[in-house]
Design a protein around this ligand. Structure first.
Ligand code: SF4
Length: 415
């Protein structure tokens, strides 16, 4: 019997209506028809032209639905959250999936899994060690690792094979980065280092320049390097990759800082021998970041709402872009919006606690433009419900949405 599925389970057509019912939205379809902008309730709502579910997430969820259909009698597990969206994960729990706790020790993490079970692996992949462990159990594996992540793995593996230390611009604790880092260790002598941002990259640069010592370096990167990492040895030759969902502009900056320091230290000839890079931001992440930047160029909103899981890296990147341009509110689900008072429970970037604001949308002011975008793991249905709640707080309904500049229907009840 086949126990490994990487290209779906042949039930795409059967699950399509279910996916549409659970995650699609007529409201979003209508907004798209209206050119991604519409008015109602004294608000102009502008949707970014690219937002929400990416191709990798679409596929991962589809495979999970197919697994449920193909193996209705078996126990179903998800190796951690399939994507970083609470409503999608809850929906999968309601369908009977058990979401395994995150953890670095495969023995512990997969302790509840037996050979006759089905395990769905997430879009951001699992580590080499976890995969080995799961294969040894013999469970049915439905691997939804995104093609863009597999592409990063291919490059990382090549770096390691050629004797380059893999430097990943990413969060060392993020599942995708952990999985990517594990690929570097497949080759003898392979090593990795994760840098989160420009300031961490500066520490690496300072080591190369001889301004930071070995101990200070290791103290800064203790949980973010492979075992036995010695900067004096492992920073001799580096190959750059990034977590697919980072802020593109930051990844480019990290790349440039490192390229410059290797050029400075080793000259042109040395640079070619010691420094490699490859842009591994996925196109879906980039499209979503470009779409908000385009919105700010063309029709800048007064206020921005970004919807997505608080642990979603690509959503955080969108929040960073928007907050630099206008007041921006980051919410995880429609429930963060009070449809009666319009109060909003949101979270500042990097904060672990939410706070409530009452007057984030000036009620009396005419022509308020609200920009809306959502991370790659947020379904249309969640974006639509959020918009509906905002409209309800202003006495309007989604059915009142009309093309910008067109007269309101007198019977629509629009305030
Ligand atoms: S964000 Fe990019 S890499 Fe991640 S699942 Fe989506 S398409 Fe794939």
């Amino acid at each position: 019997m086949q126990t490994y599925f990487q290209k779906g389970l042949g039930l795409k057509a059967e699950v399509a209506p279910l996916l549409d019912q659970d995650y699609g939205s007529n409201v979003i379809a209508r907004l798209r028809e209206l050119g991604y902008a519409a008015e109602a309730g004294g608000l102009t709502i502008r949707l970014a032209r690219e937002f929400g579910f990416c191709y990798g997430v679409d596929r991962a969820i589809e495979y999970a639905y197919e697994a449920k259909r193909r193996f209705p009698e078996r126990r179903l597990f998800l190796s951690g959250e399939i994507i970083h969206n609470p409503s999608v994960n809850q929906n999968l729990r309601d369908m009977g999936f058990t979401i395994l706790e995150d953890g670095r020790d495969p023995q512990k993490r997969y302790a509840p899994v037996a050979a006759e079970d089905v395990v769905v692996l997430p879009a951001f992949g699992v580590t080499v060690e976890e995969m080995k462990h799961l294969r040894a159990i013999g469970a049915v594996l439905v691997d939804t690792t995104c093609g863009s992540v597999l592409n990063v793995w291919k490059n990382v593996s090549k770096y390691a094979r050629d004797g380059f230390t893999v430097v990943i611009h990413g969060k060392h604790y993020h599942e995708e980065t952990r999985a990517t880092a594990s690929q570097a260790l497949l080759h003898k002598g392979g090593a990795y280092l994760c840098v989160r941002d420009e300031s961490e990259t500066e520490v690496v640069c300072d080591f190369v320049r001889g301004r930071v010592g070995r101990e200070a370096f290791l103290a800064s990167f203790a949980p973010a390097v492979s075992e036995g990492f010695d900067p004096a040895v492992h920073l001799e030759r580096i190959g750059l990759a990034n977590q697919t969902t980072m802020l593109m502009s930051e990844s480019l900056k990290v790349q440039e800082l490192l390229r410059r320091v290797y050029l400075e230290r080793y000259g042109e000839a040395g640079l070619a021998e010691r420094f490699r890079s490859f842009d591994t931001i996925c196109s879906a992440t980039q499209d979503r970041q470009d779409a908000v930047l385009r919105m700010f160029e063309e029709t800048p909103p007064d206020v921005m709402l970004v919807i997505g899981g608080y642990n979603s890296s690509n959503t955080q990147a969108l929040v960073r872009i928007c907050s630099a341009k206008c007041p921006t509110y980051y919410v995880e689900s429609p429930e963060c919006i009070d449809s009666g008072t319009g109060a909003l429970r949101h979270r500042a970037l990097g904060s672990a606690v939410s706070e409530t604001v009452e007057d984030w949308l000036p009620k009396g002011a005419p022509n308020v433009t609200l920009g809306v975008t959502a991370g790659a793991s947020t379904p249309d249905s969640v974006v639509a419900k959020s918009i509906e709640r905002i409209l309800a707080s202003r006495g309007a309904r989604a059915s009142d949405l009309r093309a910008v500049g067109s007269p309101a229907d007198p019977g629509s009840g629009v305030s």
